[in-house]
Design a protein around this ligand. Structure first.
Ligand SMILES: [Zn+2]
Ligand SMILES: [Zn+2]
Length: 455
């Protein structure tokens, strides 16, 4: 059985000198011992200089490696490092790190701080940063397996299942088709920011459930035909999960396909939801599903505090006046379509999510996709999902509606595991194995490595 791998996390990059504080002793490049205190690193003609706080040179090398004397107790503090870049929670935060470090020069002009640590230690921090430790244990265990599989795929150099992650087609005169690929980092496996998984370093207190979830699934990943799975997840599927190709490349991923988020199809509805009439009844209806819950306790353990402002995401509604929709569409697409006459679903996926939408304007018509791009274009920020029924309201003149009412289902792309549904399953007594088998059909739990090594 393989050994537990170490993962390299790109913690920060900067063009100016980086100051850090050592709380324990470290060894530099295998020769010098640094005692606890303040230090800084800066770039010097393509090399990295390590200096005392007062600016005295300690060593200068191609890269600086800091090895802890004792792994478990080792601590390094980086102050006020940027987080959530490009997201609405952008800010700065202190970061305490544990393990082994490397400072290197990237692209000849930037300092890169990389933290090396055992994968399980990384997972405890990631799960502890993203989830509440009071979430049901079997749900957290399912999440630990998903996060581990995701990290393993990256370390295997695969990332997304897509063959050409960033090769979305060039926009044309009448079509914009976009999706986001998993960009693979240069020089390290994962970044510490939300682009990969939010990594908050060493956490003073890891909740009991988080720690147990990682420990009890140690070394376990999800595989399909001996390959590590691309384990996608989103907040709430809306009652039916979605196919991979509705959100990303036109590719069939056998374990990422639409399925009922329940033990049996909700009675009174017709399928498939890719058909307009069925989708309309589904989205405007209230089908039974694991993720159909308003249980405050469950929602609070699964959603982060900034996401808890709403509880109506299983089914939701919003509307735009003609002026609003016209303004948003112009701003988001950068094209002048005139007044909006109609919004037509051209293609829907298994969960009813629209993957191609036709925007009919008085000046021209534009087709947009896939699901995330539609959510972006039809809202000042982002719509919860593209599982939408769009109704025209009133008439200004010449068949131009005065408003559009959007009724939607779910939150996120809906592909893979539905977080709310999985948490509800756990409270119903389902095991993490049952949860994973439900959302990722025909996959297996495989143990890559076993008992903890003595460090
Ligand atoms: Zn990243
Ligand atoms: Zn669901």
């Amino acid at each position: 059985m393989a050994k537990e791998p170490k993962i390299s996390v790109g913690v920060m990059a900067a063009q100016e000198p980086i100051e850090f504080h050592l709380l324990t002793s470290f060894e530099v490049n295998g020769k010098i011992t640094l005692s606890p205190g303040d230090y800084k690193v800066c770039l010097d003609r393509g090399r990295v200089s390590l200096l005392t706080h007062e600016g005295q040179l300690i060593t200068r090398d191609r890269l600086i490696r800091l090895l802890p004397k004792r792994f478990q107790e080792s601590r390094l503090l980086l102050r006020q490092i940027p987080i959530g870049r490009g997201f609405h929670w952008e800010g700065r935060q202190d970061l305490t790190l544990q393990g082994e470090f490397q400072v290197q020069c990237s692209k000849g002009k930037e300092l890169q701080v990389i933290s090396w640590l055992p994968l399980e230690m990384y997972l405890s921090s990631v799960i502890g940063s993203e989830m509440s430790g009071t979430a049901p244990l079997e749900f957290l265990k399912a999440h630990a397996v998903i996060s581990r599989s995701w990290a393993m795929r990256i370390m295997e150099g695969k990332g997304s299942v897509s063959l050409s992650p960033s090769s979305t087609p060039e926009p044309t005169e009448d079509t914009i088709l976009r999706w986001t690929g998993t960009e693979i980092h240069q020089g390290f496996d994962v970044c510490a920011d939300d682009h990969c998984q939010r990594y908050r370093g060493f956490l003073e207190e890891t909740a009991r459930n988080t720690e147990s979830a990682v420990r009890e699934t140690r070394g376990e990943i999800l595989t399909y035909k001996d390959e590590t799975c691309d384990t996608r997840y989103s907040k709430c599927c809306g009652g039916m999960t979605e196919n991979f190709s509705t959100a990303w490349e036109d590719q069939n991923v056998p374990y990422l396909r639409g399925l009922h988020d329940n033990d049996r199809p909700s009675p009174g509805f017709s399928f498939p939801l890719s058909e307009e009439r069925n989708a309309e009844a589904w989205i405007t209806g209230s089908p039974e599903a694991f993720c159909k819950t308003r249980n405050r306790e469950i929602l609070e353990t699964v959603l982060s505090p900034s996401d808890r402002t709403t509880r109506d995401f299983y089914r939701w509604e919003t509307s735009h006046s003609q002026d609003e929709i016209c303004g948003i569409v112009t701003q988001k697409t950068g094209r002048q379509l005139g007044w909006i006459r109609d919004l037509l679903a051209l293609e829907r996926g298994a969960s009813g999510r629209i993957s191609r939408l036709r925007i009919v304007g008085t000046a021209r018509t534009l087709t947009v996709g896939k699901e995330l791009e539609i959510r972006r274009i039809l809202s000042p920020t982002h719509l919860y999902s593209s599982a939408l029924v769009i109704k025209k309201e009133g008439e200004r003149r010449d068949g131009i509606p005065s408003a559009f009412r959007l009724t939607g289902a779910g939150w996120g792309h809906g592909v893979g595991l539905c977080q709310i549904g999985a948490a509800v399953m756990a409270t119903h007594g389902r095991t993490y194995g049952e949860i994973l088998r439900h959302y990722f059909p025909n996959t297996h739990l495989s143990k890559l490595y076993g008992s903890a090594e003595v460090r």
